[in-house]
Design a protein around this ligand. Structure first.
Ligand code: PRP
Ligand code: GUN
Length: 174
């Protein structure tokens, strides 16, 4: 669906925009939501020409299922406090919106100075709660996708591109 080359080009553009927003910040806290964002955040911070601190939070609402439980559980919290800091939350995909809606509300309650969010992929037609990330890499149709960090039942995270799952006898990404 989206090639590795297109992803890299889009990240360059997004990073120029993020730099324009956060230029002058002492140290931006870039928060990756595990596990799906691990490749995106790695590419993003290497392209960002800003002082950054990297932290991770693990949230889960899907488990191994294809359906959101709508109940977002925090499985691993941040190492550092974010009060008085500039924070960028990095997510792989916004689908129903429950995950980022819940996580940004939680982080906002910790009183950061600025809290922004970025998602590589957005499926706006699937939204169940009103949420929009500040930056979006690509809007995609309602397809179940894998690759570039995103899994189906813990498989296919290591594909360098985004593929849609073809449901035949076996799980195969195209
Ligand atoms: O907008 P939503 O409907 O909430 O869906 C988006 C979330 O779903 C996936 O997480 P998952 O729970 O599968 O965990 P993972 O990141 O560890 O794969 C994905 O990585 C997002 O975090
Ligand atoms: N793997 C995967 N996880 C998701 N979580 C929410 N939407 C998706 C999707 O399209 N693919």
């Amino acid at each position: 669906m989206i090639s590795a080359k297109s992803i890299a080009a889009r990240i360059e553009t997004l990073c120029r925009e993020i730099q324009a927003e956060f230029g002058g910040t002492e140290k931006l806290v870039v928060v990756g939501l595990l596990r799906g964002s691990f490749i995106f955040i790695a590419d993003l911070v290497r392209e960002l020409d800003l002082p950054v601190e990297v932290d991770f939070l693990e949230a889960s609402s899907y488990g191994n299922s294809m359906k959101s439980s709508r109940e977002v559980r925090i499985l691993k919290d941040l190492r550092s406090g974010i009060e008085g800091r500039d924070v960028l939350v990095v997510e792989d995909i916004v689908d129903t919106g429950h995950t980022l809606h819940h996580v940004t509300a939680l982080l906002r309650s910790r009183n950061p100075v600025r809290l922004k969010s970025i998602a590589l992929l957005d499926k706006p037609t699937r939204r169940e709660v009103d949420f929009r990330a500040d930056w979006i890499g690509f809007e995609i149709p309602d397809e179940f996708v894998v690759g570039y960090g995103i899994d189906y039942a813990q498989r296919n995270r290591n594909l360098p591109y985004i593929g849609k799952v073809r449901f035949v006898d076996d799980v195969t990404a195209t």
